[in-house]
Design a protein around this ligand. Structure first.
Ligand code: HEM
Length: 490
């Protein structure tokens, strides 16, 4: 055994200086679940307003536009960022045999990050948002002006992302292993892309680029947040957790590397597909369409790899709730990307542009894929972080089925609504007739939202009770086992 490997094993055994800082991971996950819930409430109240139901009538800061910003920003920066960071703090030290660069820095990032997400939400509710989608942070230094509500949130987020990169890239650079496992490729690239993407989307369109160049950059930003931030972290962590839970190596390392390079090559160019039929030059729009269709190849390689890994372990879907979340997410990922390669064409855009089809697609990917993976990872980690057995495994099942069916209803419903809207609009139906035709679909969306929120409430109650009760966790409960072997062994 090499000296470096020996150090790592000592680290694991050293209770005073453990390899993974479980408190830091746990608090990031708590913050993630908190923001997931408040974001969903925001989405739910916003959905009521489509139905002319105004539970807080007359209160401007709970009006539709402001709640929508709160919903999307808290989902991305409150829920997904917190959850991913918690998971990375868990996975990176285990993959490299090294601790984070600095534990205190980790806590500093944690507190400042929560303050920034809260400041963003408060600013948005006060109506101080900026006009950049997903970049509505209510701030920025404006030369010559200073208002109290102009806290430099964007700038602080950029500094925070750099510090986070230092904390995570240090153990990767000092890894005790000669070769980096593919998860670390994704995580390293994801950290660098996150900084570049955030700076691009929150600096260029606001300060330097005007008109359609600003629009094109904002489009790149929206899509790169998905493709170059949540996707690399999501895939990287799936490559970490799936083999551990299934207890077998990934099916093909060659495919995993092809998937990585294809993502790096094709994804950055996708974003302009949000602005087809706009004043952005057609050459740029066609480039985005081709790159979007090419991404489908990437997705296929990755999905094939994960299903290859699952081969022979199908029973894990019944035995392991995290695996159920992960693989449901993978099926939705494939569906959403396939859908994307059609909807990016000008023919489809003619019908679905500016309709409910788009939020249907957005929920399938952000909730059905990335939120599902994060929920699965939390289900796997929570007993390990608290040292307690799950309070109720039955509630874990309710959580899965309510959220999964709620999302499916929401997706099918909004997709159908988009088609009705698009075709009526193309046939020049009067606007109010279109709105009246969409009302039943919007009721279904609210119903589906209520199912999702109920499922997540079961989860939160379960997390809370698990942390409180004192039945010790036995990791053997979570080991998947071949039922045929169990029968053969009597
Ligand atoms: C973690 C769970 C969720 C995620 C990740 C999520 C994500 C998103 C995203 C990405 C958008 C922007 C869509 C676009 O611009 O095309 C959005 C919009 C929206 N979401 Fe959610 N959402 C979640 C849960 C919910 C729930 C439970 C509801 C309740 C009904 C809801 C209601 C809405 C509404 C009303 C909009 C605005 C749609 C529009 O402007 O037409 N969301 N959500």
């Amino acid at each position: 055994m090499s000296e470096a490997a020996a150090i790592s094993i000592d680290d694991v055994r050293d209770e005073a200086h453990p390899l993974v800082d479980k408190d830091l991971v746990r608090w990031h996950l708590i913050a993630a679940v908190f923001f997931m819930f408040t974001a969903m409430l925001g989405g739910f109240i916003a959905s009521l307003q489509f139905l002319n139901e105004y539970p807080f009538n007359g209160i401007s800061w709970l009006s539709y536009g402001r709640l929508r910003f709160l919903h999307t920003n808290e989902v991305a920066f409150g829920f997904l960022v917190n959850s991913f960071v918690g998971m990375l703090y868990y996975a990176v030290p285990r993959l490299t045999g090294r601790r984070l660069f600095n534990r205190t820095l980790g806590w500093l990032i944690f507190f400042v990050w929560q303050a920034l997400v809260l400041l963003t939400s408060i600013g948005q509710l006060l109506g101080k948002a900026q006009a950049v989608e997903w970049g509505e942070t209510p701030t920025g230094f404006r030369p010559g002006t200073f208002e109290l509500n102009y806290v430099p949130v964007d700038f602080l987020i950029e500094v925070g992302a750099v510090l986070l990169a230092v904390n995570l890239l240090y153990p990767i650079a000092k890894s005790i292993h000669k070769r980096l496992y593919v998860s670390l490729w994704y995580i390293t690239a994801g950290m660098i892309w996150l900084i570049l993407t955030y700076v691009m989307g929150n600096t260029l369109p606001e300060w330097t680029l005007a008109g359609s160049s600003g629009g094109a950059t904002a489009g790149l930003y929206i899509h790169d947040l998905v493709g170059l931030f949540v996707t690399p972290f999501g895939w990287g962590l799936m490559y970490f957790f799936v083999p551990i839970i299934l207890r077998k190596p990934i099916w093909s390392h060659a495919l995993s590397v092809i998937g990585f390079w294809a993502l790096a090559f094709f994804y950055p160019l996708n974003g302009v597909h949000h602005f087809l039929y706009s004043s952005i030059p057609m050459s740029v729009q066609y480039g985005a369409i081709i790159a979007t269709i090419a991404v489908e190849i990437v997705v296929t390689t990755v999905v094939v790899n994960f299903f290859g890994t699952m081969w022979g372990r199908g029973y894990a879907l019944r035995q392991s709730i995290p695996i159920r979340w992960f693989y449901t997410g993978m099926v939705f990922y494939f569906t959403t990307c396939l859908q994307c390669s059609f909807q990016t064409t000008l023919t489809f855009q003619e019908i679905i542009h500016f309709t409910d089809w788009v939020p249907g697609h957005a929920h399938l990917v952000m909730l059905g894929v990335f939120a599902f993976w994060n929920m699965g990872m939390i289900v796997w980690l929570w007993p390990r972080l608290t040292g307690h057995e799950w309070y109720s495994r039955r509630l874990l099942g309710w959580h899965y089925w309510l959220v999964m069916l709620g999302l499916l209803i929401m997706f099918l419903d909004l997709t159908a609504a988009g088609l009705v809207h698009g075709f009526m609009f193309k046939n020049m139906a009067p606007w109010m007739r279109i709105v009246d035709s969409l009302k039943p679909f919007w009721w279904f969306r609210t119903f589906a939202g209520a199912m999702i929120i109920t499922g997540v409430s079961c989860f939160i109650y379960n997390l809370w009770m698990t942390a409180k009760h004192d039945k010790p966790y036995d990791y053997r409960v979570d080991l998947v086992h071949d039922p045929k072997e169990a029968i053969a062994n009597g």
